[in-house]
Design a protein around this ligand. Structure first.
Ligand code: ZN
Length: 131
């Protein structure tokens, strides 16, 4: 029974294989264990130092409007209404209106309450979210 629990693992520090009954063991010896701990502390400290600006950058990124200028329509352009966009993206009209409000999805205003969408703007939005 006990033998079943013995596993051969590779030390993360010196790459040497070692036998252990501890599932959580990652190092072969006390010496490697200490080094592993120090490396982790060092990495933790370094990541703390650079984390903040990086995190800020990624959280603010989606809020930046992707487009501002009004789209000029060409003769054959077909516009989508809100229902068609919802169906296309499989989401609620509330979600679409929020995207427009936050400047993430461009829409064409026929009047204050009538909004239409161009397929290229839908694609631009999808691309901006899947970089
Ligand atoms: Zn080792």
């Amino acid at each position: 029974m006990l033998l079943d629990n013995v596993r051969v693992l590779k030390c993360v520090i010196c790459d040497v294989e070692f036998k252990t009954t501890n599932n959580r063991a990652v190092t072969c010896s006390k010496k490697c264990s200490n080094k592993n701990y120090r490396d982790k502390q060092k990495a933790k400290k370094q990541s703390l130092e650079i984390d903040l600006p990086v995190e800020n950058k990624t959280t603010t990124k989606p809020l930046i409007p992707i487009v501002n200028e009004v789209r000029e329509l060409k003769a054959n352009d077909k516009l989508l209404n809100i229902k068609e966009v919802c169906k296309m993206l499989d989401c609620s009209d509330r979600f679409i209106y929020d995207l427009v409000k936050n400047g993430l999805l461009k829409c064409i205003k026929l009047s204050e309450r009538k909004k239409r969408f161009h397929i290229n703007d839908i694609n631009s939005y999808i691309k901006s979210q899947n970089k």
